[in-house]
Design a protein around this ligand. Structure first.
Ligand SMILES: C[S@@+](CC[C@H](N)C(=O)[O-])C[C@H]1O[C@@H](n2cnc3c(N)ncnc32)[C@H](O)[C@@H]1O
Length: 373
């Protein structure tokens, strides 16, 4: 495959939004640091073929995995965050049709309604503060029902409408990507409607309808494997044709804090989890990358690709080029992986989690090819 020049030509289109063309399943629930699905699509198209095994070992919300199976590849994914794991599994295991999804949702809503009212004293105040008491009872019971039934898809649908100020969402006025109450901007006495009971059922069914707007593919259970755990502890399968991954950007994003409300519904014990300490420090990041480099060497097929997407860490007063760390680590630990190309893509402001924050502004695509046996 000689796709490099072709790929470089595609880069300008990566700046355009793909939300009106991508599969709506990609929009199941927000995730900070999410890769654009159009980028995942182009990389998979250029560096793998139908039937190939495509991996993402820091899978996040499952963008690469979903796009891979949608394009007829098999997928392998890993992530340590319970919210990321839920979202990835939900996208991969979504019911085949809208009708199936709606029938299942109605059944779960009925079963949840038969549960006793949850004991509010067992719900932390910071969680209670986001919801009208009746809405809170419904979302707590629905999440319990989904967890007991192993229904990742419907739980993820509920999380996708958990917080925002729009009428289709469940919380009091709040931001959508990260959970911050907007009670100062929308005081209760001036905006009483925003603090009324919000019924789960109609909002959930409408969310499911939106999710199936552009979902015209079926994913078989055999076509993917997802492991919830630390990448450094998970053995990668052999026969990977293309590994595409965006590792955590040391301190640039905080997956625990930014997802804390959704995490509470997925896994209470980890709700206060502040992002995995491993990747926060320079040494931690290097050793994580060394593990990925060594595992990729063993697991990639001959002529297979490993594409690492890293931002250039720009923290106030310091410029820390993560791409050089990855290049040096790969040169040391994976000498058979040749760096064939680096693509630099600027991240438009609209895609950045915190626009006022001097965070990641460009992302570098380091494209390694396994060239020696
Ligand atoms: C930049 S995000 C990936 C985003 C993903 N490409 C997407 O489209 O949603 C990095 C991910 O690495 C995960 N992570 C951080 N440290 C990890 C570790 N040691 N093992 C596994 N996953 C880890 C975080 O939970 C986060 O989801």
């Amino acid at each position: 495959m000689n796709a490099h020049s072709e790929l470089s030509n595609l880069v300008p289109t990566w700046e355009k939004s793909c939300t009106s063309t991508e599969s709506t399943l990609h929009q199941l629930s927000p995730y900070i640091g999410k890769l654009k699905s159009s980028i995942a699509h182009d990389l998979i198209q250029n560096y793998s073929a139908p039937g190939d095994l495509v991996a993402d070992v820091f899978a996040g919300s499952g963008t690469v995995l979903l796009e891979a199976v949608k394009m007829g590849r098999r997928a392998f994914g890993v992530d340590s965050s319970p919210y990321a794991a839920l979202l990835s599994r939900a996208k991969l295991s979504a019911p085949n049709t809208l009708d199936e999804a709606l029938i299942r949702a109605k059944k779960r809503l009925e079963a949840a309604a038969l549960r006793p009212v949850p004991d509010r004293r067992r719900i932390p105040e910071w969680v209670r503060n986001f919801f009208h008491p009746n809405t809170l009872s419904e979302v707590v019971n629905f999440s319990k029902e989904c967890k007991e039934q192993g229904d990742d898809f419907l739980l993820a649908c509920m999380l996708g409408i958990l917080h925002h100020q729009r009428p289709g969402f469940l919380s009091f006025p709040s931001s959508h990507l990260t959970p911050y109450l907007r009670d100062k901007k929308f005081p209760r006495d001036e905006f009483p409607l925003l603090y009324q009971y919000r019924e789960l059922a109609p909002r959930l069914l409408a969310k499911i309808e939106r999710t199936y707007k552009r979902k015209d593919f079926v994913v078989s259970r055999e076509s993917y494997t997802f492991v919830e755990g630390l990448t450094e502890n998970v053995p990668f399968p052999t026969g990977i044709s293309c590994l595409i991954t965006s590792p955590p950007y040391m301190n640039a994003l905080d997956y625990g804090r930014d997802n804390r409300l959704r995490l509470w519904f997925v896994d209470k014990a980890n709700a206060e989890l502040i992002d995995n300490a491993q990747s926060q420090q320079r040494d931690g990041f290097e050793s994580l990358m060394a593990t990925v480099a060594m595992q990729a060497t063993k697991s990639l097929v001959h002529n297979g690709y490993c594409i690492v997407i890293v931002g250039d860490q720009i923290k106030r007063n310091s410029k820390y080029p993560l791409s050089s760390v990855v290049q040096n680590t790969f040169a040391e630990h994976a000498p058979s992986l040749n760096l064939t190309q680096i693509i630099v893509n600027s991240i438009p402001d609209i895609r950045r989690a915190r626009r006022d924050h001097r965070g990641v502004r460009t992302e570098n695509f380091l494209i390694f090819k396994k060239e020696y046996a």
